[in-house]
Design a protein around this ligand. Structure first.
Ligand SMILES: NC(=O)c1ccc[n+]([C@@H]2O[C@H](COP(=O)([O-])OP(=O)(O)OC[C@H]3O[C@@H](n4cnc5c(N)ncnc54)[C@H](OP(=O)(O)O)[C@@H]3O)[C@@H](O)[C@H]2O)c1
Length: 296
């Protein structure tokens, strides 16, 4: 397939681009800045701001018309979205609208990455739960989902949670990398133990995305991990896998880090639908951490 992947410099997109290239697909990556993918010589890359309607309209890939667009670009930090709501709307909603017009013109399948942040309390949530975003980032992602759903293009949506996985130069770190680096440096870390998530191993997510792209499935799926864990529990598992001291990890509650952004205590996503319909079979968290650090 010829595949266009947006936000190509981002954590998920770098992993997905590599996965798709290794499956033999042609990939065009689009991101705002210069390419940071270490394997960029294997793909086409265009530096473009998706909020620029004219630039998106004039996009003419060297590889030709893509069969599918995988839209991963986002302003993905909830605190930044709250600080600059206009920018959040621009990059999360308007950019999606411009890209949908292009998908319609190309008659391409459109796959959108949403988030568990579209839900409020009461997780882990299923696909049939009612969205109730607690913060502006979640509200923008929900609005963008609805643009996708009502666009008239062939479309699918998936929702991951708290993505983790291997890190390489040019890729931003993930939570487990921060835990490993801190403990290796002998630093004590305080980690929240009153928020529950279903962390997603990026390799499982790449597998699920590839299924959706290959079969151009027009539905919404939760693609997350199977364990419901607090960040403190994730940090302890990471330490145990790497043989680092758990005594340096202090459990705290979320009041220790007061933040303006509201986050659900009980979030996370149920994955039964993806397991039944796609054969999605994610790693458990311990296995995902081992795979992230190259352990058997
Ligand atoms: N990470 C998670 O735990 C998580 C959980 C649930 C859902 N998600 C969703 O999954 C997707 C990927 O997340 P991620 O964490 O991998 O993202 P990320 O690392 O923050 O990367 C997003 C990328 O989007 C690009 N971008 C932003 N605005 C753009 C624009 N206007 N034009 C072109 N490129 C733009 C940026 O490119 P430059 O760096 O080149 O500026 C950035 O590298 C997002 O849709 C996010 O909402 C992520």
């Amino acid at each position: 397939m010829k595949l266009l992947v947006t936000g190509a410099n981002g954590f998920l997109a770098q992993h997905v681009c590599l996965y798709l290239l290794n499956k033999g697909h042609q990939v065009l990556g689009i991101s705002r800045g210069p390419a940071r993918l270490p394997f960029v010589d294997r793909m086409e890359y265009v530096s473009l701001d998706l909020s620029d309607a004219e630039a998106v309209k004039n996009l003419a890939p060297a590889m030709g018309k893509p069969d599918a667009i995988l839209h991963l670009a986002a302003m993905s930090k909830p605190d930044e979205c709250l600080r600059d709501p206009a920018a959040s709307r621009l990059h999360n909603i308007e950019a999606t609208a411009h890209l949908l017009e292009k998908a319609a013109a190309w008659e391409a399948y459109f796959l959108y990455s949403s988030t568990d942040f579209i839900f409020g309390e009461g997780g882990p949530h299923s696909e049939s739960d009612t969205p109730d975003p607690l913060n502006f980032y979640g509200a923008c992602k929900w609005e963008a989902e609805n643009l996708v759903r009502n666009s008239g293009v062939r479309q699918g949506i998936f929702r991951p949670v708290f993505i983790y996985g291997p890190v390489w130069p040019g890729l931003r770190g993930s939570f487990i990398q921060w835990v490993a680096d801190s403990l290796r440096a002998g630093k004590t870390i305080q980690v929240v133990n009153d928020q529950w998530r279903t962390p997603t191993f990026v390799g499982d997510l790449c597998w699920g995305i590839h299924q959706l792209l290959t079969h151009q499935i027009q539905d919404c799926f939760h693609l997350a991990g199977k364990d419901v864990l607090t960040p403190y529990q994730m940090a302890c598992t990471t330490a145990e896998v790497l043989g680092l001291p758990t005594s340096l990890i202090l459990a705290v509650d979320s009041h220790t880090f007061p933040e303006p952004v509201r986050r659900a205590k009980k979030s996370g996503l149920q994955i039964q639908k993806a397991m039944d319909a796609l054969g999605y079979a994610p790693h458990d968290f311990t296995a995902g951490v081992k795979a992230s650090f190259g352990q058997p």
